[in-house]
Structure formats: C-alpha cells, structure tokens
Design a protein around this ligand. Structure first.
Ligand code: GLY
Length: 359
C-alpha cells in the first residue's frame, strides 16, 4: 500500500492506494470516531462490495442507503434520501458516512456529509478509475441542477480516501476509458513527462496491467494532492483541473445527464480546448494531433455530439463556475504540460472552434 497526504493543515488526510484495501478493517476504524456509520452506495456496487465493507465494521451500528446508478440521479431529490436515513436512524454529529462508489456516490454523499447537522465526518471509497484519480480527492461535493452540472455543492474534505485497485477488475471498459480521460488531463495541465509516459503505456492501461494502473493512479493523485494543497477552494491554480470541463459540462447538461460519462465529455471538451489553444497560437498542430490521438487510443470520443449546435454550446457554457460577470472563461493550454489559468475568450473565436471542431 502507498499513502499520499493531502496537506490542508488541520483538514489534512491520507489517500491509501493498493490492492485489497477494502478488507483492511483498520484503515476504516482509525478514521471513525463513534459507533454510528452510514454506508451510501449504488445498485451496481452494492452486490459487488457492500457486504465486504460492512464486514469490516463489526461492532459499529451500521445502516445503508442504496441509490440508483447514474449521473441523472445526482440530484437534490436523491440527496434527500440520505438525509431521510440519517434522521430516521437518529444519527448524531459524530456519526460517519462512507461513500462507496464512483463519482456520483462520492459527490452526493460528501455533500450530504457537509450539510447534515452542519457537517459530519465522511470517508471516500472510490470504485471507479475516475473517482480514484480525481473526484474522491480534494473535497468537491455536490449535486447537479437541470440547468447546470455541479451547480449546488460545497468544499468538504473527507477523513481519508481508500482506493483499492482490485475493484477496478469489475469496472466496465467504458468506465475504465472515462477514468483515463482525467488521467490524461494531469499530463496535459502540469506533467508533460507523465503525458509521454501515457503515450507509451496507454495499451497496458487498457489491458488493465496492474503495475501500469497503480503508477497512473498514484501519479494522478500526487498531482491532484499538490494542486489542492495549494488552492483548496479554487481561487487560482485549482481551476486548471477543469481543463475541458466547461465544454464537457455543456455536453453532459445539454445531452441529458448520464448520456455521456463525465470522462467521455471531458475527453471531447479537452480536444475542443486544444483546438482553441491552437487558434490562440499557443499549441502547435502536432501538439493537438498528439492530444487527440491519445484520447482516441484510450477509446474515448473526441468529437462533440452533432445534436448540440454551437449556439446551444454557447448558451450552456454561459452557466459555469469560472465565468465572471457573464463572460465565459476557459482553461487552455500553452503547451503539453502547461495549462493557463481561466482566460476570457473572444466569443467569435470560441464560435469558430465550436463550428469547426465537429465530427
Ligand atoms: N475535478 C476538479 C477538481 O477537483 O477541482
């Protein structure tokens, strides 16, 4: 097992990464202060891993909430089911919530933990590659609104992240690729050497080579932990983690939550951001070709859905947390391995990319 620290003063916490961690009771119990524990998971993960997690919690008063699977269920209505259970079971402020699942479960459970009685401790047990390398780390929690993705939420850090790489054995291929999108993102925004490593090892990752996956997860978590430690609440450098996300969120919202996996939408959005970076004169044609080629090799989509017109994109992108006074601001690339902070983009240039970069 490898342990990495997210250094946030008195809110610091470890990320444990390794094989078989799900069955290591001590990892859980060292972060649980009182007897009441609620495990939140989804219909897909419950039959696979819920009993194994509950088996580590003997001696605790546990309850479970099993939510429907999918981004379309990351909503205020579904969030309320968690509060119903916490209240029905008279959970107090020292109770612990465990999020066992992918990004949807982590985000919604973390937000429930942030809000319930103004904050109770929670533990992240991410079960998708995307959650292990991105969403479980850094304390972004929340739910979607029909008009905008992740528009309701809070920064709220977990007590720890337990990333058991064995659970990736049951991950669908499509979900594996979606996780690779966020892994590629770290190479693009701040780690050119890692990007080159990914070009050389993408086939091993797709073949689920354990060593390659462990390296990619650890390198991603180290990158994420460094960024979050520097800028927990996204007043600066943390925004670079949103490369491709403004385009991507527009795709997720515009096409209906759950139609595209988050990582798929981010892959497309990153290609759009790369195209725009080239139009700004920052990326070379050969850089854009390398970026698009790597996403394609990772079996990710690279073109936006034709169903979304450039005008619809612009409308959807006008709802984004990075925007200031209604101006769309994007993370772009100066080079592979070097992202910009949010930059205002001339609407006609943005329109050119939206109109040009289509399938
Ligand atoms: N997923 C982007 C962030 O955590 O800031």
């Amino acid at each position: 097992m490898n342990t990495f620290q997210v250094a946030l003063g008195n809110r610091s916490y470890p990320i444990y990464i390794g094989c078989g961690l799900l069955d290591q009771a001590e990892l859980y119990t060292r972060h649980i202060k009182a007897k009441q524990v609620l495990v939140v998971t989804d219909e897909k993960i419950a039959p696979l891993y819920l009993d194994r997690v509950l088996a580590q919690l003997k001696g605790y008063k546990t309850t479970q909430v099993i939510l429907p699977d999918g981004e379309q269920h990351k909503s205020l209505d579904v969030l309320n089911q968690i509060f119903d259970d916490l209240l029905a079971n008279k959970f107090g402020r020292s109770a612990t919530l465990i999020a066992l699942g992918g990004g949807v479960i982590g985000d919604i459970s973390g937000f429930a933990a942030a809000c319930y009685q103004r904050g109770i401790p929670f533990i992240q047990i991410p079960t998708t590659l995307l959650a292990q390398v991105d969403s479980s780390v850094g304390g972004k929690t929340g739910v979607n609104h029909p008009l905008g993705k992740n528009m309701i939420g809070a920064f709220y850090q977990p007590q720890c992240v337990i990333a058991d790489t064995n659970v990736l054995d049951t991950l669908e291929d499509r979900q594996l690729s979606a996780g690779l999108a966020e892994i590629i993102k770290y190479g693009l925004i701040r780690d050119a050497e890692f990007f080159s490593w990914l070009e050389a090892n993408i086939d091993a990752l797709l073949a689920r080579d354990k060593q390659a996956l462990a390296f990619a997860i650890e390198r991603s978590c180290v990158n994420k932990a460094e960024v979050v430690a520097e800028d927990e609440t996204e007043s600066g450098i943390r925004a670079t983690l949103n490369l491709g996300h403004t385009f991507g969120h527009a795709i997720e919202t515009g096409m209906g939550y759950g139609e595209y996996l988050h990582g798929e939408a981010v892959a497309i959005g990153t290609c759009q951001a790369a195209d725009l970076s080239r139009r700004k004169g920052w990326l070379k044609d050969s850089d854009v070709e390398r970026i698009v080629a790597l996403f394609k090799r990772a079996k990710l989509p690279v073109y936006p859905p034709n169903a979304l017109s450039p005008e619809q994109f612009l409308e959807l992108m006008s709802v984004d947390k990075k925007n200031v006074d209604g101006e769309v601001r994007l993370i772009l690339l100066k080079a592979i391995g070097l992202a910009t902070l949010p930059v205002g983009v001339d609407e006609s240039l943005l329109h050119t990319t939206l109109a040009f970069y289509r399938s």
